[in-house]
Each structure stands twice: as C-alpha cells, then as structure tokens.
Design a protein around this ligand. Structure first.
Ligand code: ZN
Length: 299
C-alpha cells in the first residue's frame, strides 16, 4: 500500500496475478474509511492482506465505492461485505439492481470474456441493507476529509467518479484511458455492452473543469492533474474511434482487425506485440469490440 496524498492510499489488487493493472484506493478519515473500487472477487485475498498490512480489518471500512459494476472494479464487493458485515456500498442509482441481483451482469461477462472470465470470480448478490445510491455531486464527510461523487457515464451508464476534496485528488474510474507502467501504452477503455462515445466525451469535459492536483486511475496509478492531460484524453479518444472505424472497414476477420489495430498503437511506442501482457491484450480487444458495437448501433 502506497500513500499518494494526505488521506489516500493506492492498493495494488494484483488482478489475475498481474501487478500494476488494477488499483483500489483507500481513503482514511478521522471518523470513517472508504475504499474506491475493490477489484475482482479473485483478488480479494490480496486486498485483505494489504489492509491487514496497515492494521485495518474489513470491519474498519465503512464504505465500499465501486465506480462501476465491471468486475475489475466491483467483483469483490459482496465477498468483502461478507467479511465486514457493516460496510455500505455507495453507487450510482442504476447500479443498485445489479448489486442486488448480479445474474445479468455475470451472464454479460461470460458472453464478452468467454473462458477468460473464469479467472475473475463472478459477482454475488449484496444484501439490500448494505446498499445506498448517491446523487450527482453528493458529498460525504469521513472526518477531516470528504468525498464528492460525480456521475460519469460513457464507459458505462452507471459510472461515478470520486473527488477527494481536501486532497484535490480525482479518482477517475474508467472515465480516462488505461496507461500501465509495465507496458507504456495509452488506450481508452470503451467496452461492450453499453459504451457511449458522446457521453464519454461529455464526462471528460465535466472532469476537465474540476481542478485537481492529482488524478488517481484504476489502470493504473497517479498522474499530475493538468489541462493538457484532458486535451490528450480527448485527442486519444477521437483517434481511437477513427482507428476502430477504419479497421472495421478494412478487415473481415475480427482477430486480424484487433491485431492490426493494436499494432498501430504498439508501433507508436516501438514495442513488440509479443511482449504485451495477455491481460492488456484482452482489455484492448474488449475496448475494440465495445467501440465497434457503439459505431454499429449508431448506423
Ligand atoms: Zn470498466
């Protein structure tokens, strides 16, 4: 666990055994503590181990705040609550029914990821008394530090981001691109089934106006806030959309299309595709599928 600002710690969940791919963020106040994103069900033991390393038990965590339902952010939620009993899940109103009954979510994950999904661990229902939805711009006080929730649709319709006010730190969820330290490649996360480009751009616009000191990304880590960062995000997203659109026209075979597309980005960074961690390859493939689906739905 690494301290990244006065009240915030970065916790590497070691997703599927990979380091520095999926982060959770722990916020410790004088009165209460919260974890934003909790990782895959299969990485919960690592999360609990990291908490115990700083003397915290699940019962010490008052709030679990999954930025959205995707299993790398929310998969461990119910299992964590089984341990803590009292933690409250704070989420977007549209996410509530899926926490209560994750069967549709699990089916969609199986459909999108195929065999790869077996490494994630599926979501289990969260008891209704442990869930509370939040309003756009709602604020909660943890004692000496407060969290502001902002609706951030696009990557998923039910996404929220969390602004840690006193630390001027913005925990982004997947509203921004992936940029992993082990393989320096920056690609937007645009997955099926409900990626929406227009909403994603509006969300970037909303976040770019929220002046922060640091940006805390789930995939992965800390970045200094700057107006340029958001300009780059707009450019990157637009380029990604255009590249996916062109690749769709050129390639009949889906796997070839994905490979060619990734090669374009890998080429930019002078890295070899064969060196790319499988987890990252799958993530980008999913982003490609999501953007393709969005473009097809627009026709
Ligand atoms: Zn996601």
């Amino acid at each position: 666990m690494k301290k990244v600002s006065e009240h915030v710690y970065l916790l590497d969940t070691h997703a599927l055994g990979f380091q520095e791919f999926v982060a959770a963020y722990l916020i410790v106040g004088d009165k209460s503590s919260a974890i934003v994103d909790i990782g895959y069900a299969s990485s919960l033991p690592k999360v609990l181990e990291e908490l115990s390393g700083v003397g915290l038990k699940p019962i010490d965590i008052d709030y679990i705040i999954p930025t959205h339902l995707h299993l790398d952010h929310a998969g461990a939620t119910s299992y964590f609550i089984e341990n803590s009993k009292k933690s409250i899940v704070l989420c977007h109103p549209r996410a509530v029914k899926h926490f209560l009954d994750p069967s549709k979510l699990n089916a969609s994950v199986r459909e999108i990821y195929g065999d790869f999904a077996s490494f994630f661990g599926l979501a289990e229902p969260v008891p209704i008394e442990n869930i509370r939805s939040v309003q756009d711009y709602e604020r909660i006080d943890l004692g000496g530090v407060s969290l502001r929730f902002l609706y951030a649709p696009g990557h998923a319709p039910h996404q929220i981001v969390v602004y840690v006010e006193e630390d001027e730190a913005l925990i982004t969820g997947d509203a921004v691109s992936i940029e992993t330290p082990s393989f320096p490649l920056r690609v937007p996360t645009t997955p099926p089934p409900s990626y929406n480009y227009i909403e994603a751009v509006e969300t970037l616009n909303k976040l770019s106006k929220l002046k922060s000191r640091i940006i805390l990304r789930p995939h992965f880590g800390v970045k200094a806030w700057s107006p340029e960062y958001f300009k780059e995000e707009f450019t990157l997203l637009e380029k990604w959309k255009k590249d996916v659109e062109e690749t769709m026209k050129e390639q009949a075979n889906m796997d070839d299309a994905v490979r060619n597309l990734i090669n374009k980005y890998v080429g930019d960074y002078k890295f070899q595709l064969s060196n790319m961690p499988i987890y990252l390859y799958v993530t980008i493939k999913i982003s490609c599928l999501g953007m393709m689906k969005y473009l097809e739905d627009q026709r």
